[in-house]
Design a protein around this ligand. Sequence first.
Ligand code: E4P
Length: 217
Amino acid sequence: MKFFVDTADVSEIRELNDTGLLDGVTTNPSLIMKSGRDIVEVTKEICDIVDGPVSAEVTATEYKEMLTQAAFLAKIADNICIKLPLTMDGLKACKALTSDGHKTNVTLCFSANQALLAAKAGATFISPFLGRLDDMGIDGMELISEIRTIYDNYDFDTEILAASIRTVNHVKDAALIGSDVATVPPAILKALVKHPLTDKGLDAFLADWAKTGQNIG
Ligand code: E4P
């Protein structure tokens, strides 16, 4: 499974990219607002750090204006992936942009039928929002599972990008179902490595090693 980080915080992105574990980045208008930076400036900086796709979202709601904004965003860097909302105009723009060779990420997906339409529109990625469904008492993971089945039934190339991830278990469950990608907030990505038995075991090994008085190398 590929890991994208869901943030526009450049220092977090740099730190995670240095681990070699990062495959891409997703941003959205709220994350750009949170960064307090200019969209072009911050997106360009992110694209310079990360080799993989960097999703930048259009804010237009009508087809033609979406395409104008997409052309503007695509000029920022070669690894820009145009993020479009799951509306009829967004799907139409997705079809036009993918036919033109752009990478696309159809966002705000909350149903399997929406995901089916995004695949038919040629989306590179579909972003089902797990956490926001869970918040409403609806099982977000069930949606990922339905989309996996539908995409496999018809051999769609669209990759499932599990989004709105709130817990480490969301990452594990999405991986078990076969989500192609998870876009994860930095704190959760860092939490994936943690296990108290790892820390305890390492402390014990280091304490015993110190007693040997040896050095390696
Ligand atoms: C995905 O691309 C979105 O940016 C993101 O995952 C939304 O997450 P949220 O529901 O925590 O805002």
